[in-house]
Design a protein around this ligand. Sequence first.
Ligand SMILES: [Fe+2]
Ligand SMILES: [Fe+2]
Length: 243
Amino acid sequence: MARIDQVADGIYRISAFTPQKRLSFNQFLIDDERPALVHTGTYPMYDEVRAAIAQVLDPTRLAYVIVPHFEADECGGMGRFVAEAPGAVLVCSAVGARINLSQWDYTGAVHGVQDGDVVDLGRHHLRFLETPHVHHWDSLMAFEEATCSLFPADLFLQPDDQPPVVRENLGAAMCAWYRMAGIFAAEGPVRRVVDRLEPLAPAMVHPMHGGSVPAEATPHYVAALREEAFGFDGRLFGRQLPE
Ligand SMILES: [Fe+2]
Ligand SMILES: [Fe+2]
């Protein structure tokens, strides 16, 4: 069963740990006039994510389902969440809408956003950043302005079972996991985005895997991303490919 914790004003972290993968899978619910779910979890996770949402609000009220890139853990539940909530709109990057949602069997409403676009939830406002190649072509991040919360999807990840809020420096473990898994082609596009994120001075960063990182701890992770090697080195989930 997923646990649910309030990690910022009106923002809930719904987290399920998978020991075999040594990763938690976190979705974020923003409770507002127009509620939003930031990533959905995989298709099989739908029931436990929905049950956690229902502790806070009626899931049929969801107005936005935010998909930061198209992988099963970020979008596997999107079809059912959008189908169940009559007013729900799927929000992804403009590139994602073009390359992943056209000429496909998804039939719900889609809003493709570009850098700087804002979605108004009521008290909360999500401002989007296009972050291509961190770690997909269509990647997107969201910055919630009322709480200064950054939703960076898979950036700022920490492996293993973490508490809802992490103050520890796990920057080296983050980079080692990225290298082992091979999710970033290279450091360059990531460091370009890190340079854009730092001036936003987020009060808290809410990664999809691991715990949420408050402002006093984010410099550890920023430094690791700037200084350590984490780009693809020939391994995919630890499996070495032929030279
Ligand atoms: Fe991902
Ligand atoms: Fe993910």
